[in-house]
Design a protein around this ligand. Structure first.
Ligand SMILES: NC(=O)c1ccc[n+]([C@@H]2O[C@H](COP(=O)([O-])OP(=O)(O)OC[C@H]3O[C@@H](n4cnc5c(N)ncnc54)[C@H](OP(=O)(O)O)[C@@H]3O)[C@@H](O)[C@H]2O)c1
Length: 330
C-alpha cells in the first residue's frame, strides 16, 4: 500500500535551532547504525521509519559503514526513500559520514580527501540521492592534516553533494581547530556528533563549552547508552537485545552489577516522574539548550514511541537533578 504521511506530523514535537545556523532539527532524531542492515527485518524497520516521520522526526542519520554488512543500512534506507518518502525529500534531513574502515587498501578509512570524496559518492549511489543534507568526518585522523580533512568537507559542500558539514568524535581541542579552519574556508561547521549520555559524560569536560561559544549544534549519539538506560537490562539480558546479538556493539560484559544498581536507582526516580527510564535519560540531555537533538536508535516501533514520549516531561526539579548526580557519581 502506498504510504501517505500523516497530515498532523508537524504538530507532534518541537524543532530546535542547530547552533547559530538556519537549520531546525527535531528534538529527537533517528539513527540507522543498528537495526536497519542486511541482517534485520525489512517490515520492522520500514515501520519504524514511517512512524518516525509521521511523528515529526525529519532527521535520519546514517554512515557509510552502517549495517551489517557495511553499506546495507544506506541501501535499505535508499529503497524505503524511493518507495515511501520520494515525495517528501525536501522535508527530510539525511546525514551520512565517512571515517571508519569501509573498503580495502589505503583509501578506505580515516580522513584523506581521497577517502571522504569517494565514500560520499558511494553513499549517494547506495541511497539513490543527489545530495545529503549533512556530511560528517566520522572521526579525527591523527595522520592526515586537519586542513585536508576540513578542505574535503568544504569541497563537498561547494560541489553541492552536501548542504552542511559536521564532525563527530572530535575532542574539544580538535573541534576548536577544525571549526577555525572551516570558518576560514567559508563553510561553517554546523554540528558535532559526540557520544553523550548519563553514563558517558566526557563532553562536559570542555567540548560543550566550545560548541556553545562557537554556535555549533550538538547531537548526542547513543543517548540511551545503547539500551542500558532503559528498563530492558534490569533483570538480565533479553535474548533479542543488542547485548545478546553477535553483531551488537554493546558487550554483555558492560552490564555489571554496579551498572545495574545505578540503573535501578535511576529507574526509581523515573517512576516518580511518571516516565520510563529511557524517557528520563533523553529528557536529561535535552535540558541543555546546546543539545539540538538527541540521536536515538530503535529496534522496533514501540521503542521509538516510548522514547518520543520523553517530550511530555522535560523539566527537572533541583532535587531530582541532585539525586541523579549522586547516583551517577557512585
Ligand atoms: N558518530 C558516531 O561515531 C556514532 C556511533 C554510534 C552511534 N551513532 C549514531 O547514533 C544513533 C543511535 O545510537 P544507538 O543505537 O547506540 O542509540 P541508543 O538510543 O543509545 O540505543 C538504541 C538501542 O536501545 C534500545 N532501546 C531504544 N529505545 C528503547 C526503549 N524506549 N526501551 C527499551 N529499549 C530501547 C534498543 O536496543 P535493542 O536493539 O536491544 O532492542 C535500541 O537499538 C546510531 O543509529 C547512529 O546514527 C553515531
Amino acid at each position: 500500500m502506498n504510504y501517505q504521511a500523516k497530515s498532523d506530523r508537524y504538530q507532534q514535537l518541537p524543532y530546535r535551532r542547530c547552533g547559530n545556523s538556519g537549520l531546525l532539527l527535531p528534538a529527537i532524531s533517528l539513527g540507522l547504525w543498528h537495526n536497519f542492515g542486511g541482517v534485520d527485518v525489512y517490515e520492522t524497520y520500514r515501520d519504524v521509519l514511517r512512524v518516525a516521520f509521521d511523528r515529526g522526526v525529519t532527521h535520519f542519520d546514517l554512515a557509510n559503514n552502517y549495517g551489517p554488512p557495511p553499506g546495507s543500512a544506506e541501501e535499505n534506507f535508499g529503497r524505503i526513500l524511493k518507495q515511501d518518502f520520494a515525495a517528501y525529500r525536501d522535508e527530510l534531513i539525511i546525514s551520512t559520514k565517512a571515517g571508519y574502515r569501509m573498503w580495502d587498501g589505503p583509501y578506505g578509512e580515516w580522513g584523506s580527501k581521497k577517502y571522504l570524496v569517494s565514500s560520499l559518492d558511494q553513499s549517494l549511489r547506495r541511497m539513490g540521492l543527489d545530495y545529503v543534507d549533512i556530511f560528517y568526518s566520522h572521526r579525527p585522523d591523527p595522520d592526515t592534516p586537519l586542513e585536508e580533512t576540513m578542505g574535503a568537507l568544504d569541497l563537498i559542500v561547494r560541489q553541492g553533494k552536501a548542504l552542511y558539514a559536521g564532525i563527530s568524535n572530535y575532542t574539544a581541542e580538535q573541534t576548536t581547530r577544525a571549526v577555525a579552519i572551516l570558518k576560514r574556508l567559508g563553510t561553517p561547521c554546523l554540528i558535532h556528533q559526540p557520544k553523550y549520555s548519563m553514563l558517558e559524560r566526557w563532553v562536559e569536560g570542555g567540548l560543550m563549552d566550545v560548541l556553545g561559544q562557537e554556535g555549533i549544534g550538538c547531537i548526542p549519539f547513543s543517548p540511551l547508552a545503547q539500551g542500558l538506560l532503559t528498563d530492558k537490562y534490569l533483570k538480565g539480558i533479553p535474548a533479542d537485545s543488542r547485548a545478546a546479538k553477535p553483531h551488537g556493539f554493546l558487550q554483555a560484559s558492560a552490564i555489571t552489577e554496579g551498572v545495574i544498581s545505578k540503573l535501578q536507582q535511576l529507574n526509581a526516580i523515573a517512576e516518580k516522574r511518571n516516565q520510563s527510564l529511557a524517557q528520563m535519560a533523553l529528557a536529561w540531555l535535552l535540558k541543555d539548550p546546546r543539545v539540538t537533538s538527541v540521536l536515538i536508535g530503535a529496534s522496533r516501533t514501540t521503542q521509538l514511541l516510548d522514547s518520543l514520549a520523553c517530550l511530555n516531561n522535560l523539566a527537572f526539579s533541583a532535587e531530582e537533578l541532585a539525586d541523579i548526580e549522586r547516583i551517577l557519581g557512585q
